[in-house]
Design a protein around this ligand. Structure first.
Ligand code: FEO
Length: 393
């Protein structure tokens, strides 16, 4: 028997305990694919799950009702972790109409063929299920062009798919049942790694939700737990992150070959810490990019260090800069340092790559030949002190 999350609304999703790599995003705590079943005069399924887990979804639905009784399948987002069970479900839910956005329809056809009975909806459209009304809100580029939010008007439940989600595998269904630090850490990791590029759209979407009079008491995302105890907590966090709010925190991201850049990084760290500023040290061949990106989210400054290899930056630094310039976090100061044996080039290539992306590159940079000596270590320490002074204004 599956317990409803509220009267006649059931979580019928699945838990993916073992996933650790979600298209490059390292999901150290696994994830869930949430789908919801609403029983009313019209039985409605909101979203599906990754196809590998379709039997789990079918089994959960069948504990509550039969697939023939499903009238609507709402597809809020066509990315395959939420839609790839659709062909299997739709085959058995013969009476179901698929409800999605216009872009959702195009994406469904491109992914699974033109074999479905699809009705498209747009912002403001409503659908009566009997006692309940559903209101739709398009959310293009949050985070795909097809993305859409579903709002249960009478229950005041918002089902925004990926937005407000967390990659967190748990048998608990609600925010108040899990460790709060872990919850916010995974919510921040999700935001940092998936939603950062869309920050201005997020701010506007939250404003639009308010303007439409939508005041959810429950937010039920498609990954992780449901926000029922304090949904404003995650909305406030999203506003802060999307507005680029930062803390007095510096992140040093570096790699090293023969420990010269490592020695520099540690001396810079000591200089920053000596000014009482929170500073983290992340070596790229030890820390996952997912973790590094999350640490950058609330940092005021990022200090990137690289050895020179073949006249340019080290390849792990290049991968980091490619990823972070794509994510384009706002409002940060970027500092660069590095070491070289003969010709140099690491710092120059890092500065060029980040300037091109419009990042706020800070001068001067710091470069050391071969192994830093006592005087040069002192220079690194002073470099750190200057960084601390810069971010404290
Ligand atoms: Fe959870 Fe954009 O898919």
């Amino acid at each position: 028997m599956i317990e409803p999350i509220t009267e006649n609304i059931y979580w019928v999703g699945v838990i993916d305990w073992n996933i650790r790599d979600f298209h490059g995003y390292k999901t150290r705590r696994g994830t869930t694919y949430n789908a919801y079943l609403i029983l009313d005069e019209k039985t409605t399924l909101v979203d599906t799950v990754k196809s590998k887990f379709s039997d789990g979804l079918l089994a959960n639905i069948c504990k509550i009702t039969s697939l023939e009784k499903i009238n609507y399948i709402i597809i809020n987002h066509v990315e395959m972790d939420h839609s790839s069970s659709l062909p299997k479900i739709a085959k058995q839910a013969k009476n179901a109409t698929i409800i999605t956005s216009k872009k959702g329809k195009e994406a469904i056809i491109k992914h699974y063929g033109d074999t479905f009975n699809i009705k498209t909806v747009k912002t403001g459209d409503k659908l009566s299920l009997g006692k309940r009304t559903i209101q739709f809100l398009e959310a293009p580029m949050l985070h795909w062009p097809d993305s859409m939010f579903t709002y249960l008007v009478e229950d005041k439940i918002l089902m925004p798919n990926d937005a407000f989600g967390q990659h967190l595998a748990t048998t608990q269904r609600f925010d108040d049942q899990v460790n709060q630090h872990v919850l916010m850490e995974e919510a921040a990791t999700y935001y940092a790694n998936i939603l950062t590029p869309f920050a201005p759209l997020i701010t506007r979407k939250i404003q639009q939700i308010k303007q439409l009079g939508i005041a959810p008491e429950v937010i039920a995302p498609s990954h992780g737990v449901i926000w029922r105890s304090n949904p404003t907590k995650i909305v406030k966090a999203y506003l802060d992150w999307s507005e680029g709010k930062t803390k007095n925190k510096v992140v040093i991201v570096y790699d090293t070959m023969w420990q010269s850049t490592d020695k520099m990084a540690r001396a810079i760290l000591e200089g920053i810490a000596s000014e009482g500023v929170d500073v983290r040290l992340l070596k790229l061949r030890s820390a996952e990019l997912t973790e590094v990106v999350t640490e950058v989210l609330e940092a005021k400054a990022v200090v990137v260090g690289s050895p020179t290899l073949n006249n340019q930056m080290f390849h792990t630094i290049s991968a980091f800069l490619t990823h972070i310039t794509g994510l384009n976090p706002r409002g940060k100061k970027w500092f660069f340092f590095g070491s070289f044996g003969w010709g140099g080039g690491a710092v120059k290539s890092m500065v060029e790559a980040t300037r091109k992306a419009g990042f706020a590159v800070q001068e001067p940079t710091l470069e050391i030949n071969y192994v830093p000596d006592k005087e040069e270590i002192k220079k690194c320490f002073e470099f750190g002190k200057k960084i601390a002074a810069e971010i404290r204004g």
